[in-house]
Design a protein around this ligand. Structure first.
Ligand code: NAP
Length: 295
């Protein structure tokens, strides 16, 4: 039976430390403030937003929401970002991604518009450069940072380990691979064209899946001794939910098949996602503390 790496325990420990830092900011008259920019009503954005609001309230971070219609054009997003860049009371800005399809070609221009010192989710070129150079520029995206928080909380040392990351997106897979490399893991990045994915995964000591594919990882992908972080949040129509019906979030891993084999595994929900919002709060607090010195 695997050790279950519970995100809630990691988030609770982090929250306690963050509340003390917020108290100090309040004593100085600083209210750490996060602005959310959402385009449209994508259900996964709404679910993430609800989690952020709950976590921010618990820690004492103020949240402002800027909501634009699904059909919003680049100019409207630019002006929302410009307004938040100019507002000294806003320390961090999170733009929900992916943007609607009609904005895909403008993604880079939109991401680059944000003041890097307010970029608490690693979307600007400067933050990305920081991740790839292994330096201290900007902030890495929150989700890969949440993976490292989980490993740290449970005392997992990456040095010398063989890490396999499934997914090469700019938000999760690529930055996580770089962050694991910075911790001296030997990293393999897999994607939809990887040949014999199961065999590559079995070679891992640390297996991280961010493919967004329900039941991608079966028992044949793992072996005893492995630690598995399941980043993905897929909707599973057949999974029993808390209300006694069917339909619930699930990861890439077939949890029931993997759990008896591996050493440790994160559940979905209640794993990486539970830590991501707390890492976001940590970033906003850092940005409020150092007044942008990080960028
Ligand atoms: P994405 O942009 O769609 O990227 C998915 C990656 O997985 C791509 O690199 C893709 O390969 C690869 N992939 C897809 N199917 C595969 C397969 N069958 N075998 C191997 N690789 C495959 O997704 P994302 O934004 O990185 O998010 C990934 C998942 O994490 C989603 O479920 C998302 O909801 C979840 N997520 C969770 C959190 C959290 O806090 N827990 C935060 C962000 C995202 P190609 O590049 O070849 O297409």
């Amino acid at each position: 039976m695997a050790k279950i790496l519970r995100g809630k325990d990691v988030a609770d420990a982090l929250c306690a430390k963050l509340c003390a830092r917020v108290d100090k900011l309040w004593d100085k008259g600083v209210m750490p403030t996060l602005a959310l920019v959402r385009v449209g009503e994508n259900p996964s954005d709404l679910s993430y937003e609800a989690g952020i609001l709950k976590r921010a309230e618990r820690i004492g971070v103020a949240v402002r929401r800027v909501i634009l219609p699904e059909t919003a054009e680049k100019a409207a997003i630019f002006s929302a970002i410009d307004m938040l860049n100019a507002d000294d009371a806003v320390h961090g800005v999170l733009l929900f991604r992916p943007l609607p399809p009609h904005l895909k070609a403008d993604g880079e221009a939109i991401f680059s518009r944000l003041d890097p010192k307010k970029d608490v989710d690693g979307m600007t070129p400067l933050s990305r450069a920081g991740v790839y150079s292994g330096g201290d520029l900007g902030y890495p995206p929150c989700t890969p940072a949440a993976c490292l928080e989980i490993l740290d909380h449970y005392g997992y040392a990456c040095e010398g380990k063989r890490a396999v990351v499934i997914g090469r997106s700019a938000v999760v897979g690529r930055p996580l691979a770089m962050m694991l490399l910075a911790r001296s893991a030997t990293v393999t990045v897999c994607h939809s064209k990887t040949a014999d994915l199961a065999a590559v995964c079995r070679e891992a000591d640390l297996l991280v899946s961010a493919a967004g594919r329900l039941r991608l990882l079966g028992a044949d992908f793992v072996r005893p001794g492995q630690t598995v972080l399941d980043v993905s949040t897929n909707w599973d129509e057949s999974k029993p939910n808390a209300k006694g019906g069917l339909g619930a979030f699930a990861g890439d891993a077939d949890f029931d098949a993997l759990e008896p084999i591996v050493d440790a595994i994160t559940p979905v929900p209640g794993g990486v996602g539970a830590v991501t919002t707390t890492v976001l709060m940590k970033r906003v607090i850092e940005a409020a503390e150092d007044g942008g010195a990080h960028a």
